[in-house]
Design a protein around this ligand. Structure first.
Ligand code: NAP
Length: 274
């Protein structure tokens, strides 16, 4: 779904960082809203100039000025500044405005406590491939969000990838899996390339082979619908090269370590949620 939204709307991003940029790009590309309906706020004037020059989106150094009159406000600052930003914008929120928070680890309950009584809140956990229009975003609803809010949030985040609705109790797992997940794949790419170079390939060739392999394997998973373990079995013949690699991975308990790492990210997300 990417029906355009009412051109009367004003949508303000508080925090003009990477995620705000991905979303502004997606919204304009999908023609959901024209640039005149979008605003960004940031403490860094250079970021505002960048949004003006790249997208024709107006920038505000003062959050209150940027939020005044907006029907939708996306909180896109780091979680550490949310405690200061939420009450700050609260005073300028239009009655009936929807607040969408993409900050990791901040629950809808905590936001509801920090924003004016009755504010409708939707919490979304996007991920970094949104920058390439290939993100995965999971959202959950605050206690007052409506089905109209659902449609709006789905339209906005579908402009940068796929969107899934889940109960908030799953958001720490989501943060650990898809929020932090791109970094796990970057790590895999990093050491595959390192191994390629150590075996004598030049950097460009190692990179091309690594990225092509990750892309191809992902596409095969999607197109065949087969389980990863089944596809892995098909690549691994007894006594062959892949089997030799997996013997080392098993001795190194890589599966257990990886799962432990993802559970550590989930635990950290819970701690941040407070
Ligand atoms: N990046 C990801 O992969 C990812 C994935 C899922 C969720 N998220 C969430 O998305 C949010 C934004 O992440 P991001 O990667 O876009 O961060 P970012 O690039 O650091 O963007 C945040 C922007 O907000 C600015 N800022 C700081 N204090 C401010 C204030 N008081 N008022 C207005 N703007 C302020 C920052 O300026 P300075 O740099 O000068 O401080 C920065 O330009 C975070 O809450 C994060 O948890 C990110």
């Amino acid at each position: 779904m990417s029906a355009s939204l009412s051109p009367e709307l004003i949508l303000t991003f508080v925090g003009a960082g990477n995620m705000a940029e991905a979303l502004v790009h997606g919204i304009i590309r999908a023609k959901l809203l024209p640039s005149q309906c979008l605003r960004v706020t940031d403490t860094d004037r250079r970021r505002l100039d960048h949004f003006q020059a790249t997208f024709g989106v107006a920038g505000f150094e003062c959050n209150v000025d940027g939020v005044r009159g907006a029907q939708i406000v996306v909180l896109a600052v780091k979680p550490s500044v949310m405690a200061e930003v939420a009450p700050e914008i609260g005073v300028a929120l239009a009655p009936g405005a929807l607040v969408i928070s993409i900050a990791a680890g901040i629950s809808t309950r905590r936001l509801e406590q920090r924003l004016p009584k009755g504010t409708r809140i939707v919490r979304v956990m996007p991920n970094m491939p949104a920058l390439a229009g290939a993100g995965v975003s999971v959202y959950c609803l605050g206690s007052r969000a409506t089905e109209d809010d659902v449609r709006l949030v789905e339209s906005l985040f579908q402009s940068v990838g796929v969107v899934v609705r889940l109960d908030e109790k799953h958001l720490d797992a989501v943060t650990a899996l898809s929020g932090s997940g791109p970094a796990y794949v970057f790590f895999l790419a990093e050491f595959m390339m390192q191994a390629g170079c150590e075996m004598g390939l030049d950097h460009a060739t190692a990179k091309m082979l690594t990225l092509g392999t990750i892309r191809g394997a992902t596409r095969l998973l999607e197109e065949t619908g087969q389980a990863p373990e089944e596809l892995r079995r098909r690549v691994t013949s007894k006594g062959g090269t892949t089997a030799a690699a997996f013997e080392v991975l098993e001795v190194g308990r890589v599966r257990e370590t990886f799962i432990k790492a993802i559970r550590a990210a989930q635990k950290r997300s819970r701690e941040l949620s407070g």
